[in-house]
Design a protein around this ligand. Sequence first.
Ligand code: SF4
Ligand code: SF4
Length: 73
Amino acid sequence: MYRIAKTGAKLMIEILPNKCDFCGCCVGVCPDDAIELKEAEIRIIDENCTNCSKCIWACPIEVIKFNKEGFLK
Ligand code: SF4
Ligand code: SF4
């Protein structure tokens, strides 16, 4: 089963596990408050994300990926 974004489409954004350094750059650019960062834990809140891709361009170490096929739960 696919993860579903706010738009009802498949969620196409994923943060690579264990690669993020928790800098917070992506959180600041997300227009929909769809990234939750807590100390050493980060996740995308699927039901807020619109697949806009802004977080991908904001990440300095390129650990957010776009997959047009969507991500499985
Ligand atoms: S794709 Fe857009 S809405 Fe989704 S987490 Fe990234 S910046 Fe936020
Ligand atoms: S911008 Fe990249 S490295 Fe920084 S918190 Fe977001 S996913 Fe992690």
